[in-house]
Write a protein of this length. Structure first.
Length: 336
């Protein structure tokens, strides 16, 4: 890995790491692997026969994916090895653990479908730290919520519809999961009405989002994937090694002059745990120490995220070289 200063802001594709190792592919270049008819078949199987048979059929499907997608296998092994070093994996990772990791991801896709389709048992959802959001709702003001690619975050979108006063706009990279988002839209046609394409935020869109926050709405944006088109990121410690985290959420919160929250989701028994926290009440980015302020915020978020993942290691769903020094961004390819 690169020995570069972990507190130095960088831009995707730049940096000295490329001189020491072959470039790794950026997450946005990995083509979507969703098989629409396959997802519908598995969902129908669950509706008729239940989860036990669904999981039995899912095993050969996941095994095929595991065999044909070495990038996902390598990324899983890299992540689980780091988890093992952090004392969270429970055993030295082998190929069986990477298979279990991918199975956890596939099994969570069903929870996403059930949540959006109104079939999930919400009595199985435990919430921690959500009082910070309730207090913000009571104040009449909104805020920025940082999410991550972990667990079943669709639960929060559905719970938002059930919680009076909680209005949520989700910023997503829809081009990276178009087929799966279309499946979710068919289950609930209203679910896509408050989705914004992250790469296409114009000044007009930014003004619209600011107006929503001022009116008491919350804007959710992923805080665990560096931008796809040269956007700024900072390197901060994560599972023992500096990794690139985006600065967009902090800049948005600064521009909107609103609080910054974090939300994560992991498995808990037969259900899920939704955990919330307030990263900061006010995001201040002084001109003279802007980079240091961004690094401090990203460091706090990465530490919070790491602590949650240690609790449930198999709920991390970034199947690419997350710690890459110089990720390739051009050209969309398959995940092999």
């Amino acid at each position: 890995m690169s020995a570069a200063n972990p507190h130095t802001p960088d831009r995707a594709g730049a940096g000295s790491g490329a001189a020491r190792r072959a470039p790794s592919r950026h997450w946005s270049t990995i083509g979507e692997a969703t098989c629409v008819w396959g997802v519908w078949c598995l969902y129908g199987l669950y509706r008729v026969f239940g989860r036990a048979l669904f999981r039995a059929v899912l095993y050969p499907v996941v095994t095929y994916y595991w065999i044909t997608h070495p990038l996902a296998r390598r990324a899983s092994m890299d992540y689980l090895t780091r988890m093992d070093a952090a004392g969270a994996a429970g055993a030295r990772p082998t190929w069986r653990h990477t298979l279990r990791h991918l199975f956890s991801f596939a099994d969570t896709l069903l929870d996403k479908l059930l949540a959006i389709g109104g079939q999930y048992r919400f009595g199985n959802v435990i919430r921690e730290g959500h009082q910070v959001l309730l207090d913000q709702i009571a104040s009449g003001q909104g805020g920025i919520i940082m999410t991550a690619h972990m667990g079943c975050l669709e639960l929060c979108r559905v719970l938002a519809n059930q919680r009076q006063g909680l209005r949520l706009t989700v910023l997503v990279h829809t081009a990276h999961a178009e087929r799966f988002n279309r499946i979710l839209s068919r289950l609930d046609p209203k679910s896509g009405l408050q989705l914004y394409q992250v790469d296409d935020i114009s000044p007009a869109t930014a003004l619209d989002l600011a107006a929503r926050v001022q009116a008491g709405e919350f804007v959710a944006i992923a805080g665990d994937r560096a931008p796809a088109h040269g956007g700024r990121a900072v390197r901060v410690p994560f599972l023992g090694t500096p990794a690139r985290f985006p600065v967009g959420p902090y800049v948005l919160a600064s521009l909107m002059r609103c609080p910054l929250f974090a939300m994560g989701c992991v498995r808990h028994g037969d259900g899920h745990l939704l955990r919330f926290t307030e990263i900061t009440r006010h995001v201040v980015l002084p001109r003279a120490s802007r980079d240091a302020a961004l690094t401090a915020l990203a460091t706090a978020y990465a530490a919070w995220l790491e602590a949650l993942l240690v609790r449930s290691p198999y709920d991390w769903f970034n199947f690419y070289d997350f710690w890459a020094d110089d990720p390739v961004r051009t050209g969309r390819q398959d995940a092999r």
